[in-house]
Design a protein around this ligand. Sequence first.
Ligand code: SF4
Ligand code: SF4
Length: 412
Amino acid sequence: MQTELADFIAGTTDGDEAQTIIGKCVHCGFCTATCPTYQLLGDELDGPRGRIYLMKQMFEGQPVTEKTQLHLDRCLTCRSCETTCPSGVQYGRLIEIGRRVAETRVERPVSQRLLRYALATVVPRRRVFGAAMEIGRFARPFLGTKLKEKIPRGQVPRAIPDRQHSRRMLLLEGCVQPSMLPNINIATRRVLDSLGVQLVSAPGAGCCGAIRMHLSQAEDGLDDVRRNIDAWWPYVDNGVEAIVMNASGCGATVKEYGHLLRNDASYAKKAARISALTKDLAELLPTFSDTLVSMIGGMCTSKVAFHPPCTLQHGQQIKGAVEGLLESIGVDVRLPTDSHLCCGSAGTYSITQPELAGKLRSNKLAALEHTEADIIVSANIGCITHLGAATDTPVRHWIELLDDLISSRPRA
Ligand code: SF4
Ligand code: SF4
């Protein structure tokens, strides 16, 4: 598809990238069939091909309306369409550019601006978010259902290992994870410790940048990216083996750092190195599969359903790794039907588009419960809390399952 860029975007980095991406689209519509919002709404403009047309028109200088913005807002950025596309259209990158442009063309109602400001200000700041979570937990009995479900019950933190190992890797603890479900980071440390790897955290590292970038606050999001690079660089210089991600949403973003800062002379090389060092647990743990089989093989007696987050299967294109590892240690692991579809969490989507997010969650939970599993595991804090708020079946990170098995194994 040819795009004649309007003056306002012609010759810019965003314009060039958008033109190249749109140029690959051959309008075949294969992507539409696997788009969750098209499946729910049945409107071409709520599918990837329709949104690409809308963005093309916008970049060509045609009027941008609230309706344009609504169709772009309704996109989950799940990137299921990228997995399906036979032409390699990088839709995820395109929608970020499209949203940024729409944001400058359409003024949002005050209520939306306030909500987006609050999300961009509170969520990425670990301490501020942690304090808000504490207050929320205290007030939980008095809150309405909608608010209550955003506040998971507190966890009793498990013991953090303090052994030193010669193998060292960095861990991104994230912005919301330490206060929402602290045992995910702790389980990650415990499992890696039992495998002879010490995880270290860099003071100063925090939100990966996704929250603000997805809210079209690109510059603020890039500040988060640069801050993380500055915090991690001394450890990279000292030879850490990898930067470990246990939230697939953060992993998908950190793997994009090289691309995001490709034109920043001071950070481009460092950003590319950081992205190259980044590994999701789903990539790292299978390298220890023989040890895990000998440690905990055959110990799991529960039936386990796995929900693969979009940021893992579409964003990072990691498919089958978690299920394969769990199966290798004898876990009865089950995938729900339509496992390629989003659960509706999608960063802040469940807050900005609650109705669609609720429908996607109901569909996902029905599919997961149909597997008759005893527990549901996933790989991203957003999916875990979103699903966990609407089912009695326990929903956990799969690394917590491994931690439980390792902790309960008989000692020699
Ligand atoms: S990212 Fe997901 S919701 Fe958005 S157009 Fe692609 S498939 Fe549809
Ligand atoms: S599948 Fe790819 S090429 Fe076909 S319409 Fe969708 S984005 Fe365009």
